[in-house]
Design a protein around this ligand. Structure first.
Ligand SMILES: Nc1ncnc2c1ncn2[C@@H]1O[C@H](COP(=O)(O)OP(=O)(O)O)[C@@H](O)[C@H]1O
Ligand SMILES: [Mg+2]
Ligand SMILES: [Zn+2]
Length: 316
């Protein structure tokens, strides 16, 4: 544009070099995402239903099964992942190679974690950002971080259908969603909004988790239904989606979340641990099936007739 030499680094922000930077970042995003097999956005209509708990336990559960896993906390205003995993390191203290990708935090051998708190000097400072800054932060989480080859990237979102899940959906075109709800009608009403968001953005839904479903008595370990139960299954049926399982309320989950020792890192044989394991197994199963289906769809598009058929058997 006016006054700007071609290919120069213009500071005005109004010339083609801004587009060039975006294009460069788009390329970095693609090359990061190309090395990640499954991207799972954990979302819900309401806050406090257990998205972060499910994200952290799912990421740990998959990592414990030997998968390479990334956990990306895009709840920029209320990041909880570091506290839940007791991660205190700072990017500024990390060994960063000049012009290289930035190292995420590491949990054990298989889990890489990124959260805004990792980048902040003062973790208690509020993040006061408008939409475009949030979009940029999430794009940088993908473009600038050294995720390497991953089997799963679990993305912990804030509640609702705002900038953060929208950015994830628009930036990661093959992301799919796990939707978390609690059993009550009020939470379920909001879940419908999340599911309609997925529909509108053509994002596949892996399934629905009903968290805080019943209460595990600390004395006898029996599960008592305090709130209603079964709403998650109902909504899954309504939307023709998979139900991934019910996770009961268990005081040990809260303690684990507060202490930074998530539940699945314990050896407990409680109903909540088993339920989390069940959810992890379902997610693993569903996504491995999806991978089998994908090559078939690709195969169809290469057929001379242009249809979704097998070129070896089509008589076009
Ligand atoms: N199944 C559960 N049993 C007991 N407490 C739970 C359970 N799931 C989540 N919590 C607790 O509820 C609170 C909110 O959960 P969190 O995962 O932060 O929700 P969200 O990310 O949806 O806001 C946390 O203190 C967490 O430890
Ligand atoms: Mg959360
Ligand atoms: Zn009891």
């Amino acid at each position: 544009m006016a006054g700007c030499g071609s290919g120069s680094s213009c500071d005005s922000g109004s010339c083609g070099s801004v587009d060039a930077k975006i294009a460069q970042q788009d390329m970095a995003i693609s090359s990061s995402l190309d090395r990640i097999k499954n991207k799972v956005l954990v979302m819900s209509g309401k806050g406090g239903v257990g998205k972060s708990t499910v994200s952290v336990n799912m990421a740990l559960g998959l990592a414990n099964r030997g998968y390479k896993v990334g956990l990306m906390d895009v709840d920029l205003h209320g990041p909880d992942v570091c506290r839940m995993l007791n991660l205190t390191s700072r990017l500024m203290d990390a060994d960063v190679k000049k012009d290289g990708l930035l190292p995420p935090m590491q949990v054990g051998e298989n889990l890489k974690v990124i959260s805004l708190e990792y980048m902040m000097e003062d973790r208690d400072a509020p993040v006061i950002w408008r939409g475009p800054m949030k979009v940029q932060a999430i794009r940088q989480f993908i473009a600038d971080m050294d995720w390497g080859d991953l089997d799963y990237l679990i993305i912990d979102a804030p509640p609702g259908t705002g900038d953060e899940p929208l950015t994830v959906a628009q930036t990661i075109s093959d992301a799919c969603a796990v939707v978390v709800t609690t059993p009550q009608q009020v939470a379920l009403a909001d879940v419908r909004k999340s599911l309609n968001f997925c529909k509108q953005l053509e994002m596949d839904v892996v399934g629905i988790v009903e968290n805080m479903s019943g209460f595990v008595c600390p004395k006898c370990s029996e599960t008592v239904e305090i709130f209603k139960s079964g709403g998650g299954q109902e909504i899954a049926d309504d939307f023709n989606l998979r139900f991934l399982g019910k996770v009961p309320l268990d005081p040990r989950v809260v303690i684990g979340g507060d202490d930074g020792t998530p539940f699945l890192s314990s050896d407990s044989d409680s109903p909540a641990t088993k339920a989390f394991q069940g959810v992890v197994s379902m997610v693993e199963q569903v996504l491995s099936k999806k991978k089998v289906e994908l090559p078939m769809a690709d195969m169809g598009s290469s057929c001379g007739c242009g249809g979704k058929c097998n070129p070896d058997t089509c008589d076009c």
